[in-house]
Design a binder for this molecule. Structure first.
Ligand SMILES: C[S@@+](CC[C@H](N)C(=O)[O-])C[C@H]1O[C@@H](n2cnc3c(N)ncnc32)[C@H](O)[C@@H]1O
Length: 285
């Protein structure tokens, strides 16, 4: 029996037929927290739904509902509301042998990006230097450092709240010798890194909308050649070509050249909304 049918069974004496039909099909788990998305018509019944979910999952300590989107330059959840159990939004979520500790009401975590996190952690070669320009709580930096014999990852994060958890996560995962966390705007910090002589084999630009205005800054980190990972949300799958053309124009203006090595669809995140990534090989001419 699926989640919705089990929940219906438990709530059949509390909810009307219409309400039962509107119960969610699924849920998201982060650490010991379950996050539900509820149809607005069910909000009046959120307490009993939360309490019932808690009884259904003995290992879960809290139930929250997600009432918004991911918004703003820090990519924060708009509104996550506590409904049952312990009101403790600090989660420790384990994935691919990495622990991510963070406040899930203030900081996003996209489980749909799991394959991308695994992919990046599978391709970085021994002795490489990586710059993660939009590091967050270490979404990409932590798995790369955990699974690759990387020389150093310089990871830049602007939001002090995310940075605080990122520093904790580096310690929790014992990766202090591999990751250098930097709290600041990557527009400034990337230039500081390249002026101090740091050159990267790979530069990750993991935020959207695509940080196109930072591409010329990212290029300063590339010595003779390197790979830039360029992320974007697009309405049509073949829009990756336009994204590459836009990137290519900047590269040429800066006296570099580039080749599209590959592209991937990370996930779809709405009707006709695709999260894509381009792996672009950049070299000096
Ligand atoms: C949420 S992450 C992207 C997540 C990751 N790509 C994933 O999907 O799992 C993007 C991060 O970039 C940070 N950020 C935004 N603008 C920035 C800037 N100018 N410099 C450094 N970090 C920035 C945000 O605070 C946020 O933590």
């Amino acid at each position: 029996m699926g989640f919705k049918d089990k929940l219906k069974e438990q709530l059949k004496s509390e909810l009307s037929e219409e309400e039962l039909s509107l119960l969610p099909r699924g849920f998201q788990t982060l650490g010991k927290v379950v996050i539900l998305k509820l149809n607005p018509k069910l909000l009046e019944k959120k307490e009993i739904i939360g309490k019932t979910c808690l009884e259904m999952f003995p290992k879960i300590k809290s139930i929250y509902i997600n009432k918004g989107k991911i918004v703003g330059p820090y990519r924060e959840p708009e509104k996550i509301e506590f409904i049952a159990g312990e009101d403790n939004p600090i989660v420790e979520h384990k994935e691919h042998d990495v622990i991510y500790r963070f406040n899930m009401t203030k900081i996003m975590f996209s489980k749909g990006n799991l394959n991308e996190r695994k992919y990046l952690a599978s391709i970085v070669q021994s002795g490489e230097i990586v710059v993660d320009m939009f590091a967050g709580i270490g979404y990409f930096s932590l798995p790369i450092a955990k699974h690759c014999s990387v020389k150093k990852i310089y990871s830049i994060e602007l939001n002090p709240e995310s940075y605080k958890f990122f520093v904790e996560n580096i310690k929790i995962n014992h990766l202090e010798d591999k990751i250098v966390p930097i709290n600041g705007d990557c527009k400034v910090e990337v230039i500081k890194l390249s002026e101090s002589g740091i050159k990267a084999n790979r530069v990750i630009m993991g935020v959207f909308p695509a940080p196109i205005k930072y591409v010329s800054k990212a290029l300063t980190l590339v010595n003779n050649n390197g790979t830039v990972f360029h992320y974007e949300g697009v309405a049509e799958k073949n829009k990756y070509i336009d994204l590459f053309e836009e990137f290519n124009e900047i590269v040429q203006r800066e006296s570099y050249s580039c080749k599209l090595k590959s592209h991937r669809f990370v996930k779809s995140y709405g009707p006709n909304l695709y999260h894509i990534v381009l792996d672009i090989f950049v070299f000096k001419i």
